[in-house]
Design a protein around this ligand. Structure first.
Ligand SMILES: Nc1ncnc2c1ncn2[C@@H]1O[C@H](COP(=O)(O)OP(=O)(O)OP(=O)(O)O)[C@@H](O)[C@H]1O
Length: 447
């Protein structure tokens, strides 16, 4: 059939296009067409003449398969042909979206190459498969010779469930199963906060409030009204936002340890299973926010210190204030290091995970825009849970597939997402739990 070669050569030429061709054949025997490896048809439509009939067939995530779209589907599914049919059929193939080969799409070779440490943060909307993708990537790195650490920064941790091992406790825990060392760490915000409090206690305080008190600022809120200090200041006193931010910084303090501590120096790949979008964005913007807040606190302290001696006496010892100021300065420096790490294209990448629904795609688009704004490098988009091809969809699956195609189409046309490498991951029919299942999923996704 002349059309076959037209389709075949065109499919290799571009990632998104429409192919039209004319086939003339009798439906018996049905025509089968072998698709090039890893070609993904998002939509394929055909019409017949005479009489003019049209139908749409779709197969998402096809890989090196024979598809009996013409004779088979026409006959069985759409009733276009019958035994007495003869004549010409004009097929118009409209290939709206064709993914490149999976190998090229995921670019795992690039992810795995080199022994310099790299950080991968996987994030997206709740429930799309962030943990499964992060854990499967970590297993894949470990099986490829990288001592790997997988870290959960999601307060609702599910790494333990995903690996089917107890990884709780907020410390490094070895994961059993992979060929090379794989460790997991579920950052426990409560425990981190406790450690932070203890650290503050050692220096004579009893928590974040005392940390602020140490700065001579803890009483400000209480005293402001009385002393009318507000009139002396052109910026508002540090309040709840800063206190909360500093306590949240505990998570960032753990990240800082990756940079500084010997305990973590062995790891050449660190994979983060992040919290759903909102949390993660706040976390990523925290270094800048803290930089500004700490700057504000220090500036404020200077102003207060040089106000009046009567006011100075309200705020206690100069030494304590200086100590706290030094600590804040140190914290600020470390935060800035973390910020630089988040933005370093050579060592860090944020992988967005989504599913093919309009809602998830819209959120991913916003996430991508926000990450861009924060200058966090993003290259890859995993579209998880795509229905695998099936020769005969039930009504529910057909509807679902149509929705998924619409969402995939949206990705192709989204200004924030279309430039990312799209990695399509099928919905698999086994529960992704435990190292063997994660290896199975990882071998499909990270090629
Ligand atoms: N490709 C897939 N095929 C089949 N099941 C999957 C796939 N990806 C994820 N799942 C399943 O979907 C569920 C949610 O996955 P997962 O916990 O990885 O999502 P999450 O985005 O990390 O969720 P949360 O936001 O709640 O942390 C799990 O039961 C997981 O096994």
């Amino acid at each position: 059939m002349a059309c076959r070669s037209v389709i075949s050569s065109s499919l290799h030429m571009t990632n998104s296009m429409a192919v039209k061709g004319v086939l003339s054949f009798a439906p018996n025997p049905p025509l089968f067409y072998r698709l090039p490896k890893a070609v993904t048809f998002v939509s394929l439509s055909a019409s017949t003449k005479p009489p003019t009939k049209s139908f749409q067939v779709a197969a998402v995530g096809l890989r090196s398969v024979d598809i009996g779209v013409f004779g088979g589907i026409g006959e069985d599914t759409y009733g276009l042909f019958d035994d007495n049919f003869f004549g010409f059929i004009i097929f118009i193939f409209s290939v709206r979206s064709v993914a490149g080969t999976t190998e090229a799409a995921s670019g795992f070779d690039e992810m795995v190459s080199g022994t310099k440490r790299k950080y991968y943060m996987l994030g997206g909307k709740g429930g799309v498969g962030k943990t499964s993708c992060a854990a499967s990537l970590a297993v894949k790195f470990a099986n490829n010779g990288h001592p790997t650490l997988v870290v959960s920064t999601d307060p609702a941790h599910s790494l333990s469930d995903s690996f089917a091992q107890d990884l709780t406790g907020g410390a490094l825990v070895p994961v059993e199963g992979p060929d090379y060392p794989l460790f997991a760490l579920e950052i426990n915000p409560e425990k981190s906060r406790e450690e932070f409090r203890n650290a503050a206690k050692k220096n004579g305080g009893t928590g974040v409030k005392d940390f602020m008190d140490g700065m001579g600022l803890g009483m400000i809120a209480d005293q402001l009204g009385e002393l009318k200090l507000g009139e002396l200041l052109d910026s508002p006193p540090p309040g709840l936002d800063e206190a909360i931010a500093i306590s949240k910084a505990c998570i960032l303090c753990v990240v800082m340890q990756f940079l500084e501590s010997q305990e973590y120096s062995m790891f050449t790949r660190i994979v983060f299973d992040t919290a759903p979008t909102g949390h993660t964005l706040r976390l990523l913007s925290l270094p800048d926010f803290l930089d500004a807040s700490i700057g504000k606190i220090l500036k404020l302290r200077e102003k207060i210190a040089s106000a009046t001696s009567a006011i100075k006496s309200v705020f206690g010892q100069e030494n304590t204030r200086q100590n706290a100021a030094d600590k804040l300065e140190k914290l600020r420096e470390r935060m800035l290091k973390v910020r630089d790490l988040f933005r370093d294209t050579d060592s860090t990448e944020f992988v967005i995970v989504t599913i093919p629904t309009v809602m998830a795609v819209s959120e991913s688009s916003r996430l991508s825009a926000s990450l861009k704004k924060e200058n966090v490098p993003v290259k890859r988009l995993v579209v998880n849970q795509i229905l695998p091809p099936s020769p005969s969809d039930c009504k529910f699956c057909a509807m679902k597939r149509k929705d998924q195609m619409r969402a995939l189409d949206l990705i192709q046309n989204d200004p924030e997402l279309s430039s990312l490498l799209m990695i399509q991951a099928p919905l698999v029919d086994v529960e992704i739990r435990g190292v063997p299942a994660l290896k199975f999923l990882g071998d499909i996704i990270w090629k």
